[in-house]
Design a protein around this ligand. Structure first.
Ligand code: HEC
Length: 232
């Protein structure tokens, strides 16, 4: 046959080799994941580990919906040694990270074979909570910068505790016949129109706020959130 087993010829085949890539960790994470059951569409919330380079998780387990927001224990076994963080993150179907809700840095001297135990307490991981945190209060999209204070733009207050009630079921200032968010119908929701195509009566172009790669998926997440009933 026309091939040779190169590694058998090099004289080192019997040397004891510590193969680091076979040695791994286990991580056990305890937490209460509020509103995890509100996720729908092609995004979900997972416990996942990542290396420093790639936005795709090396390994993950999707958090199951718990009816009573009870404490859950999640486990990842055989975490590759390249992993640098263990996260609670929003991921897409390709396991790409969309947003990091919680991140635990794996120590450089973490002993393989050990179990990393962590307790994250209670996290709001619901669709609205995530959109509120990463978009309405987000640094880059900065909705609340213009939409809060004594005279919020268009009378729409998107500050952390006011955003939900100012959106869901509330009439739009610039299109009074429309709700800002009509649960179950994104096309008839002024919020969705303003962020996707804009509106002649809105004196600031909003679709531009979502052109950044890291925020673009949130347009679909907001649509999914509205279509699924716009739950808090
Ligand atoms: C630079 C300031 C600014 C930022 C940032 C901003 N907006 Fe606006 N927004 C405005 C202005 C100005 C209007 C229209 C007010 C007018 O024309 O009188 C408006 C109008 C709106 C309306 C229409 C409300 C209604 O009832 O008519 C919605 C919905 C809206 N913005 C959502 C958002 C969201 C969501 C974000 C973040 C993704 C955001 N805005 C970021 C300035 C801003």
């Amino acid at each position: 046959m026309a091939f040779s087993l190169v590694s058998c010829d090099d004289g080192h085949i019997n040397d004891p080799v510590y193969n680091e890539s076979n040695a791994t960790y286990t991580a056990r994470l305890t937490g209460t994941f509020r509103s995890v059951g509100t996720w729908s569409g092609s995004y979900s919330v997972a416990m996942a580990c990542f290396d420093n380079q790639s936005p795709y998780s090396l390994l993950q387990t999707v958090i199951p919906a718990s009816s009573a927001d009870e404490s859950q224990v999640l486990t990842l076994t055989n975490i590759p040694t390249e992993a640098r963080t263990i996260e609670i993150a929003v991921v897409n179907v390709l396991r790409k990270r969309i947003a990091t809700i919680y991140s635990y840095p794996i120590a450089a001297d973490q002993q393989v074979g050990d179990t990393i135990n962590m307790d994250v307490g209670t996290l709001d991981v619901g669709m609205f909570g995530v959109v509120n945190q990463f978009i309405f209060q987000g640094q880059a999209t900065s909705c609340a910068r213009c939409h809060s204070g004594a005279t919020p733009a268009a009378g729409l207050d998107l500050s952390p505790t006011q955003a939900y009630r100012n959106l869901v079921g509330a009439a739009a200032t610039k299109a009074p016949a429309m709700a800002r968010v009509l649960p179950g119908n994104a096309q008839e929701s002024f919020l969705y129109k303003v962020i996707t195509e804009g509106d002649d009566n809105v004196s600031y172009s909003h679709p531009g706020l979502f052109t950044d790669q890291s925020y673009a998926p949130f347009v679909e997440i907001i649509r999914n959130w509205i279509e699924a009933g716009a739950k808090e």
